[in-house]
Design a protein around this ligand. Structure first.
Ligand SMILES: [Zn+2]
Length: 335
């Protein structure tokens, strides 16, 4: 049977996550057992993004929901993400095809704006007196100066532009506009929210996925709902300046009005190594905690400067068999 991941990875996932899935038999067992069938000893794993496609292991038999699976990087590999979790291929492909590319475009532009040597983005050039828009690029030189290339692809067939470059470009009298497309902020927001969701799943397992918050975030990723706050809530600064801040799922303790979870993730431009820390705010598990998220949104909008105090959420809860870590962590945050 071809499932797309190694046996070792699969066994690790069963061992780590099944104890937290086991608490929701009414949710996952109907995916594998006919109604009334005897439920024999097993371990199971569901794609955390859809909770529909999954795998089950009996003593001597392996089965799945006729889906393929693959390792998903969070944040995406294209921005340097290196943590992985098994998801179904459909969810992996949907996110990759629909919104994750925007995060790479954004970090490339941030790298350029930060004048990082080697940073390069593509744009469109409009030249006065010449019809059409031409593919062009802007790049940062080693000395930090910007260089614009009118014809980055030397093989491009653009006779009018070639003609203009031959005749006019040296005259210093021309005028041209370079437009750099801005990455779609809703897509960026979704990409970061998905990565934060997977961080939370990695920390708290299916208790997180089956919570009100888990369900709402999946709805946002499907386009059914909107996240109250556009992500990231904060860019915590380029690394190494921000290098001492805690990564992954953290408590945001101060200011008190913003108290919730904060997932800090490094996002990297692979070409220049420019890195920045993106933060996504995650509320507590229950519906009422989303009201709090709306209050936090107001706070963020009314006050642009915040002094944040953060600390890691205790590691390896699933490893220690704690399957209600999300609720426990939230109680701890508010104690
Ligand atoms: Zn899935």
């Amino acid at each position: 049977m071809e499932i797309g991941i190694s046996k070792e990875v699969l066994m690790d996932h069963f061992a780590k996550y099944y104890p937290s899935l086991k608490n929701y038999p009414e949710k996952y067992q109907p995916l594998f057992f006919n109604p009334g069938a005897v439920v024999t000893d097993h371990m199971a794993y569901l794609c955390p993004l859809c909770l529909k496609n999954g795998m089950i292991l009996f003593e001597d038999l392996f089965a799945d929901t006729r889906s393929k699976f693959s390792l998903d990087h969070f944040p995406p590999e294209s921005v340097g993400g290196f943590l992985t979790v098994v998801v179904c291929k459909k969810c992996n492909n949907d996110a990759g095809g629909q919104y994750e590319h925007a995060l790479k475009e954004l970090i490339q532009t941030m790298s350029l704006n930060n004048r990082t040597p080697g940073a390069k983005v593509k744009g469109k050039m409009e030249i006065e007196g010449l019809t059409g828009r031409y593919a062009s690029s802007i790049e940062v030189r080693d000395d930090g100066e910007f260089v614009i290339s009118f014809k980055p692809n030397l093989k491009a067939h653009v006779p009018h532009l070639d003609d203009w470059l031959d005749k006019s470009a040296d005259e210093n009298k021309w005028k041209a506009d370079l437009t750099i497309p801005q990455a779609d902020e809703k897509k960026i927001s979704k990409s970061l929210l998905k990565a934060a969701y997977l961080h939370c799943f990695e920390r708290w397992g299916y208790e997180f996925s089956y919570s009100y918050t888990g369900e709402m975030i999946r709805n946002v990723l499907l386009g059914i709902d909107e996240y109250p706050i556009l992500n990231p809530s904060f860019w915590l600064g380029n690394i190494p300046n921000a290098g001492r801040l805690p990564l992954g799922v953290c408590y945001l303790r101060q200011p008190t009005a913003l108290r919730c979870f904060i997932v800090n993730m490094e996002v990297k431009d692979q070409t220049t190594n420019y890195r920045n820390l993106a933060s996504v705010l995650i509320p507590g598990p229950a519906e009422k905690d989303w009201d709090k998220l709306l209050l936090i949104k107001d706070q963020l909008e009314s006050n642009s400067s915040h002094t944040l105090s953060m600390a890691h959420v205790t590691d390896n809860m699933l490893f220690y068999g704690i399957t209600d870590g999300y609720h426990k962590s939230y109680a701890e945050l508010n104690s």
